[in-house]
Design a binder for this molecule. Structure first.
Ligand code: FAD
Ligand code: SF4
Length: 517
C-alpha cells in the first residue's frame, strides 16, 4: 500500500486495469478530501489464463502511469503493487483495503469482465457495504440500451446493429441515408496484394519503455518466468498521450490503405495497415469517439476514400460495440456454449509456433513475439484451424484471452466463441467461417513458402486446412446443409466422390489424433 495511514473514507472508487480513462466519470466527481481510489495488481489476473508477458506488462505499466497521474493531482490512491502485497485475487486485495479504510460506500464503473464484476460485488457485499455501479461512458451504447435494441431478435446481426448506430450517432450519414449510397463497401475492401506485395507505408510508431515500464518489465520477468511471449521489443503505448500519437500516425499514414487490404496477409509483415489501437481502446487510453471523429475528418479532407473509412468505422462503431453488448447480455451462459460439440485439445504448437504449416507458424510466431495478430490472422488462420480441427471452444477462448495484448473478455469471448468457433450455434455469425487453404493462398503469400499444397485435400502434400475443411463439411452436413448461402459448398462436397472423401476423412483423423495437446 502506498504509505497511507488507515483513515475513514466516504467513497472508495474501484478502478480496474482496463478503466484507465483520464476523464473517468467517478474520479472527475470525487472529493479528494473524503474519497479515495482503489487499484490493485493481483496475480490471478495474469494467471487465470496463461498470459503473454507483454499483456501483463502493458496492463501493469499503464495502471502505474495512471496511478502516478492521479497522485500528482492530489488524489489518495490505495494502490497495491504485485510484488509488495500478498493478495492472490482482486477480491482479497479489495477486501483488505475495505477492512483498512472502512469506507461508507464503494463505487465503480461497470466492469467489462463478468468474472471481475462478480468478485467485486461479492467482496463489497460481504462487508455489508453499498456498491454503486455506473454504466461505463466509454462505450457509445450502454448495456441497457443495447438490450432494448436486442429485444427478442433470435439472430441479432451486426449489420443491422451497425446501421442503427450509424443513424443514431449521425456518422457517415446524409440525412437519413448512408453517405455514398451504400452501408457497406466490402467489395472494395477485400483485396490481396498480388505478387509485388504490400505497397510501402511508414512503420507504426514505437514507444520505447520509460523507467516505469522498464521496472514493470523486470517485475514480470521475475514473477512470471515461465509465461509465454517475448518482452525484448516491448513498445506498446502505455499512456493516453502515446495512444493519441499512435492514432494520429495511423490516420496520417495507414488509414488510406487500411480498407482495401484489411483482410490481406504477408510474410514478415505482422502489422500491415492495421491501426494497432485495440489495446489502447480496451484499456480506455483512447476514446472511441475521438477515433471515429478523426476517421470522418480524414474522409472530409480527402486523405482516405469513403470505402476504407467506412470499413474502419464499421469495426469501431459496429463490431466493437456489438460484441460488448452481446457479452453483457448473454454472460455467464455464453462462455459455456459448444454448439458443435467440439472436444479436442488445443494443439501444443499454439504455444510455441513450432509447426510446418507456414500460415500458422507466421501467425503464431508474431503472436508470441508481439502479442499481436490482425483480425484475419485470428479468424482465418488460428481460429479457422481450431474450428476445423474441433478444439473445445473454451480452450480456444482461453488461448486468445492469454496471448493478445488487447485481450479482455468482453471483446475476446464473442469474437472467439461466436464469430470464430460457431460455438453459439449461429447467434452471432450466420454461418461458420470455414474455408480451404486456397482462401489463405489467395489472401497471402504464406503458401508459397509452405511444404503443403492448398489445392490438395489428401496425400502427403495435402494442406491440412483443405483436408479438414472437407471433413468439417462432411461431419456437419446435417446441421448446415439447408443453410441458404452454402449450396455451392455442398455441391462441391458431392463432387468429391466416395473414395476421395474416405481418404480425406482418414487423413483428417490422423491430423486430429496428432493434436493431443
Ligand atoms: P484494426 O484492424 O486496425 O481495427 C480497428 C479497431 O476496430 C480495432 O482496434 C478494434 O478496436 C476494432 N475491431 C476490429 N475488429 C473487431 C472485432 N471483430 N470485434 C471488436 N472490435 C473490433 N479484439 C480485441 O480488441 N481484443 C480481443 O481480445 C480480440 N480477440 C479476438 C479473437 C478472435 C478469435 C477474433 C477473430 C478477433 C478478436 N478481436 C479482438 C478483434 C480483432 O481481431 C482485433 O480488435 C484487431 O485485430 C486488433 O488489431 P488492430 O487494433 O490493429 O485493429
Ligand atoms: Fe497454410 Fe495450407 Fe497454405 Fe501451408 S498450404 S500456408 S498450411 S494454407
Amino acid at each position: 500500500m502506498s504509505g497511507q495511514a488507515a483513515t475513514r473514507v466516504r467513497t472508495l472508487i474501484v478502478v480496474l486495469g482496463d478503466q484507465l480513462d483520464r476523464s473517468h466519470a467517478l474520479i472527475d466527481r470525487l472529493d479528494p478530501g473524503r474519497d479515495c481510489v482503489f487499484m490493485a495488481e493481483v496475480r490471478e489476473e495474469s494467471t487465470h489464463v496463461w498470459s503473454h508477458r507483454a499483456r501483463i506488462v502493458l496492463f501493469l505499466s499503464a495502471m502505474r502511469h495512471f496511478r502516478d497521474e492521479l497522485q500528482a493531482r492530489g488524489i489518495d490512491v490505495r494502490y497495491l503493487e504485485l510484488d509488495r502485497h500478498g493478495h492472490a485475487s482482486l477480491g482479497a486485495a479489495l477486501g483488505s483495503v475495505l477492512d483498512d479504510c472502512k469506507p461508507q460506500s464503494v463505487a465503480m464503473l461497470q466492469a467489462g469482465d463478468y468474472r471481475v464484476q462478480q468478485a467485486i460485488s461479492q467482496t463489497v457485499s460481504s462487508r455489508g457495504l453499498p456498491l454503486d455501479i455506473e454504466p461505463d461512458p466509454h462505450f457509445l451504447i450502454d448495456s441497457r440500451e443495447f438490450e432494448s435494441w436486442l429485444g427478442t431478435r433470435s439472430q441479432p446481426r451486426m449489420e443491422h446493429f451497425y446501421r442503427f448506430m450509424r443513424k443514431r450517432n449521425g456518422i457517415l450519414m446524409q440525412d437519413d441515408r448512408p453517405l455514398g449510397g451504400a452501408w457497406n463497401f466490402d467489395r472494395d475492401n477485400r483485396r490481396s496484394f498480388g505478387k509485388q506485395g504490400p505497397p510501402g507505408a511508414p512503420a507504426a510508431l514505437s514507444f520505447a519503455p520509460d523507467a516505469t515500464t522498464r521496472q514493470v518489465i523486470r517485475l514480470v520477468r521475475r514473477e512470471f518466468p515461465d509465461h509465454p511471449g517475448e518482452l525484448d521489443g516491448f513498445d506498446w503505448p502505455v499512456t493516453p498521450r502515446q495512444a493519441d500519437e499512435l492514432l494520429q500516425d495511423f490516420m496520417a499514414h495507414r488509414l488510406s490503405l487500411f480498407g482495401p487490404y484489411q483482410d490481406a496477409m504477408w510474410c514478415n509483415e505482422p502489422f500491415l495497415y492495421h491501426s494497432l489501437l485495440s489495446a489502447s481502446l480496451n484499456l480506455k487510453l483512447l476514446d472511441p469517439r475521438a477515433v471515429l471523429r478523426m476517421a470522418v475528418q480524414a474522409l472530409q479532407e480527402g486523405a482516405a476514400p469513403l470505402s476504407g473509412v467506412e470499413g474502419f468505422i464499421r469495426q469501431i462503431l459496429g463490431w466493437r460495440e456489438y460484441v460488448r453488448g452481446i457479452y453483457q447480455a448473454k454472460m455467464p451462459a455464453y462462455a459455456d456454449m459448444n454448439a458443435l460439440a467440439a472436444d479436442r485439445e488445443l494443439p501444443a504448437f499454439f504455444w510455441t509456433g513450432a509447426t510446418d504449416m507456414a500460415c500458422l507458424r507466421e501467425a503464431l510466431e508474431q503472436t508470441l513475439r508481439f502479442g499481436y495478430a490482425h483480425h484475419i490472422q485470428r479468424l482465418m488462420v488460428t481460429g479457422l484451424y481450431c474450428l476445423l480441427l474441433g478444439v473445445t471452444p473454451r480452450k480456444v477462448h482461453e488461448w486468445y484471452l492469454a496471448v493478445y495484448v488487447d485481450a479482455v473478455e468482453w471483446v475476446e469471448l464473442p469474437n472467439t466463441l461466436g464469430m470464430s468457433q460457431y460455438a453459439d450455434g449461429g447467434y452471432l455469425a450466420s454461418k461458420p467461417y470455414v474455408a480451404t487453404g486456397k482462401y489463405i493462398q489467395r489472401m497471402s503469400n504464406y503458401c508459397a513458402g509452405c511444404r503443403y499444397d492448398p489445392a490438395q485435400a489428401s496425400g502427403e502434400d495435402a494442406c491440412p486446412f483443405t483436408t479438414l475443411y472437407w471433413d468439417f463439411l462432411a461431419r456437419h452436413r446435417q446441421r448446415f446443409a439447408r443453410h441458404p448461402r452454402t449450396a455451392l459448398q455442398w455441391r462441391n462436397l458431392d463432387r468429391l466422390g466416395c473414395t476421395q472423401l474416405k481418404a480425406i476423412r482418414t487423413q483428417a483423423d490422423v491430423l486430429r489424433n496428432a493434436c493431443t495437446g
